[in-house]
Design a protein around this ligand. Structure first.
Ligand code: GSH
Length: 195
């Protein structure tokens, strides 16, 4: 069984989407970061950085419990566990490079867009959108098929809702966002709420 410690934020929902897409049984342990649940005694054993999401898989590799924190690591872990969303052998290099492109560029830069007033964040974000839009011309997904290279950036790009950089100015990215957002697992994961 997988316990996912998470909340409703962008990084949190990345973990929920990956759990839903994996098809594995899992339980959400809602961790209210606004009430400080991540600061509770013991949470440092789940994530020493005291952030969400994080998971504990009671049936990890070798039948031993596994602990994974960092939402991108959760995507890789569950993809490897299930053998899903990593691409065919031929497509796998594409999944790797686009996953890392998102993890190291898109998540950080777009995460700061609108939060930190810094021209290089705006110009850097525009450049990322240009690269993504050009790549998605005539393509449904970042790699040949739907993969973690789509799951990793989805919530971050979906969260770009302001006038500084507009997703609708990049039609291929906008179409990709709608395509991924229409997946039943993604819809369900985006709608789940703490009781
Ligand atoms: N790089 C981390 C970022 C995790 C992160 O920043 N989580 C935020 C919520 S989106 C959090 O737990 N904030 C609570 C805090 O900082 O106390 C990941 O992708 O998992």
């Amino acid at each position: 069984m997988i316990d996912l410690y998470t909340w409703t934020t962008t990084n949190s929902r990345r973990g929920i989407i990956m759990c839903e897409e994996s098809g594995l049984p899992y339980t959400i342990k809602w961790t209210n970061i606004h009430k400080g649940d991540q600061k509770a005694a013991g949470y440092e054993k789940i994530n020493p950085y005291r952030k969400v999401p994080a998971l504990i898989d009671s049936d990890g590799p070798g039948g031993k419990p596994a602990n994974v924190f960092e939402s991108v690591a959760i995507c890789f872990y569950l993809a490897e566990k299930t053998g899903k969303f990593l691409g065919s052998p031929v497509d796998h290099p594409n999944v790797l490079k686009w996953s890392m492109f998102h993890a190291t560029n898109v998540l950080s830069l777009l995460g700061n867009l609108g939060r930190i007033e810094e021209p290089s964040i705006v110009s850097g974000s525009q450049k990322l959108f240009e690269v993504m839009d050009a790549h998605l011309t005539g393509r449904d997904f970042f790699a040949d098929d739907y993969s973690i290279a789509d799951i990793i950036p989805f919530t971050r790009i979906n969260g770009v809702k302001h006038d500084i950089v507009k997703v609708e100015d990049y039609p291929n990215v906008a179409a990709w966002l709608a395509r991924v957002g229409a997946r039943p697992a993604v819809k369900k994961a985006m709608d789940l709420k703490p009781a």
